[in-house]
Design a protein around this ligand. Structure first.
Ligand code: ADP
Ligand code: MG
Length: 477
């Protein structure tokens, strides 16, 4: 039988604030366990939460960016459950009246077609602490530094049909929250975590099947693997006559499989009720308009502008805007070297290639935009060859203080383009390779490339290849 998967994601985005959502404790990542948990985060009796106002504009900006309704009045609720990483015994979240309602995003699929994914809601809540299972052989450690970090939980409609679509959607949300400055987007530090709800049904069916929810997936690769594993597992269960149990599962990247964690709680289990220690959040039109006026350019708008302003392809523009830091860098380079295509090509191929190889976190580019711009200008004015420019880029990468023009002068890297110094070299190469010269005479004109290669080698890449090509042809004919 052919099956169709139905996927809905809940994405937890850590909001980028200095202090926690209900206490003054720091949110900085990587501190010693339990050094950034205040009495409020620890749930000690007698303390009261105070909302960190920095979370509102972030939630509102996200809502506006997806065309959602912003609730003029939203309410915090208590979600009660017992778990070692939740010292209060409840999580403060929003249930019936979330701050963001509705909206949608367009994801681009293979071949460039767009698909709309509807968003149900996005609500504010506090993160839980973290259980550390690997630190001690027979105990679990609890680190409460994460308890109380502000989260925006973004819940999608079950609009995705494949793992690839789900990843495209998660990537888009990641891009959006990074652009908006809502989150630092650092996935290896857990700033964006997905719960994947997956069910399957016979192809063309109208009723949705029973779903499982795979929790806390923190990389796009794992998300794709976890969903694909679930689809296959559910198909195997159904095809062998079993039925799917609605449950919470955990993805284990080491074994690339999902495992059952607990049977699914229902809303009733959580005994939600309005948080009595906090007032509702009231937001008026003026507040929303103010945030709207400060919204940055969003990725899709930026990509379209890059295409038309710099005359580059849509594919190049999409890659350049995939990260706001890269997009800014690209534009800064074009201020120095105005050839958009050349800059796009170098940023995309050379720099991103290097970044991915060195897997630099947060795409910190060690070469300043100004020096790269100067380097590209030296290619354009034919001072240096593309090959030498790549060598210089490697130098700049490890020694960011190097000045491109000084480096070219000091190392005598200027392209050799005066005919009188190239001609003797060409004659020498032709003399050394009588066989290839003979081949050329018999019509194998491709050997010219071989001669050019030899000259480039003799000049350590400093000759101008087009010019050498012409000179070689002239000599041979
Ligand atoms: P809960 O709060 O209990 O997790 P929700 O109704 O809020 O349940 O749904 C959570 C997520 O599950 C949403 O993203 C939704 O789109 C998705 N979802 C709901 N039903 C299904 C289903 N049958 N198959 C796949 N995903 C589903
Ligand atoms: Mg859920």
């Amino acid at each position: 039988m052919n099956w169709e998967a139905i996927i809905g994601l809940e994405i937890h985005v850590q909001l980028h604030t200095n202090s926690k959502i209900f206490s003054g404790a720091s949110t900085a990542f990587g501190a010693e366990p339990n050094t950034q948990a205040s009495a409020v985060d620890l749930g000690l009796p007698g303390v009261l939460p105070v909302v960190n106002e920095a979370v509102y504009p972030k939630a509102v900006a996200f809502g506006l960016s997806i065309g959602a309704d912003i609730s003029r009045l939203s309410v915090f609720d208590r979600k009660n459950y017992f778990y070692p990483d939740l010292p209060k015994g409840y999580q403060i979240t929003q249930m019936d009246k979330p701050i963001v309602l509705g909206g949608s995003v367009q994801i681009s699929l293979d071949g460039g077609t767009l698909k709309e994914i509807r968003i149900t809601r996005a609500h504010l809540e506090e993160d839980a602490g973290k259980s550390l299972h690997d630190e001690f052989p027979s105990n679990t450690g609890i680190d409460l530094n994460r308890a109380g970090i502000p989260l925006l939980e973004i819940v999608s409609e079950p609009d995705m049909r494949t793992a690839k679509e789900a990843v495209a959607y998660a990537r888009y949300i990641h891009q959006l929250v990074t652009y908006l400055g809502v989150s630092d987007g650092n996935m290896s530090e857990g700033s964006l975590r997905c719960d994947a709800n997956v069910s399957i049904r016979p192809m063309g069916g109208t009723k949705m099947g029973t779903r499982t929810e795979t929790k806390n997936v923190n990389s796009f690769k794992f998300l794709e693997n976890a969903i694909n594993f679930e689809i296959t597992r559910q198909r195997d269960v159904l095809e062998s006559g079993g039925h799917i149990i609605q449950e919470t599962r955990l993805y284990d990247p080491d074994r690339d499989e999902t495992r059952s964690m607990r049977s699914k709680e229902t809303a009733m289990d959580y005994r939600y009720f309005p948080e009595p220690d906090l007032l509702p959040i009231a937001i008026d039109d003026e507040y929303i308009l103010d945030i709207k006026s400060k919204m940055p350019e969003l990725p899709r708008e930026k990509s379209e502008r890059f295409e038309s302003d710099y005359e580059i392809s849509k594919a190049d523009a999409d890659i350049l805007v995939s990260d706001p830091a890269i997009a800014d860098y690209f534009e800064a380079v074009t201020k120095i070297c105005s050839d958009g295509k050349l800059v796009a090509n170098w940023v995309r191929v050379e720099l991103l290639g290097k970044i991915n190889k060195d897997s630099i976190e947060n795409k910190a580019i060690p070469v300043s935009a100004e020096e790269l711009g100067k380097l590209l200008n030296r290619i354009k004015d034919q001072t240096i060859s593309g090959k030498i420019a790549k060598d210089i880029l490697n130098i700049l990468w490890s020694s960011p203080m190097v000045n491109v023009d000084d480096y070219i002068n000091e190392n005598e890297l200027k392209q050799v383009s005066n005919t009188s110094s190239l001609e003797p070299l060409i004659e020498e190469v032709l003399k050394q390779n009588p066989k290839q010269v003979e081949q050329f005479r018999q019509g194998k004109t491709k050997v010219v490339g071989y001669f050019v290669g030899q000259i480039m080698e003799k000049t350590s890449g400093k000759a101008n290849p087009q010019q050498v090509n012409q000179l070689v042809l002239k000599k041979l004919t």
